[in-house]
Design a binder for this molecule. Sequence first.
Ligand code: PGA
Length: 257
Amino acid sequence: MRRLFVAGNWKMNTLRESGVALATGLAKECHKSHPGVQVAVCPPFPFLLPVAAAIAGSGVELGAQNCSPEKPGAFTGEVASGMLLDVGCQWVILGHSERRALYGETDALVAQKTATALAAGLSVILCVGETLAERQANQTDAVLDRQMAGSLAGIDAAGLARIVIAYEPVWAIGTGLTATTEQAESAHSHLRKWLASRYNAGLADATRILYGGSVKAQNAKSLMEQPNVDGALVGGASLKLDDFLPIVRAAQELRPA
Ligand code: PGA
């Protein structure tokens, strides 16, 4: 059975004090790693180090929200994946729809970033998802296929083994609209079939596929209960312990220790 994964994407939120307080509270509740549930937080770059210190020795892992596709060098304003590893990150979120839509990231760039991050030793949370217009035009599966093929171009089976996919319908991100359990399960099962045909059935079966888009305490359990939903990538509800912990707890109920 796949281990559930609940990751908090803080986006461009918190300051050092509030971020550390949030991480400290979470670490206290997740003081030991749980065999069936993995938990991570992805704070903004400046707070990676203090958050790493706050979660040290707990069951909470650390991720970043982006990285450069390049190796270290003359790239003003960029952050190399090796730097993220160096400050304690295990994870990096790549291909988030906000990066695709607001910063023009293409599938090719996401593939380049993914390859660089994997080579540095990071694991990747790779995001895909359709817009509302694409869903209404019945393009969901086609969009997912295109994003998966493009974002995983050149990534071999060993690489995929260190990637978690996050299905995040763009229309559900930060909007309060959540995909129904049927919509989520259908997209996730489509993604798993895609992985089986591009790689192999065993690897497709082992790959975690998270759902993201307005996940909250009230809907987390029913989403993660779906056979192909292996956890959640949580934005807004990851910013308050009282909102995030019940989501972690819901996962723990589904995979009792
Ligand atoms: P949301 O964001 O939970 O605020 O909808 C999810 C995400 O963008 O990862």
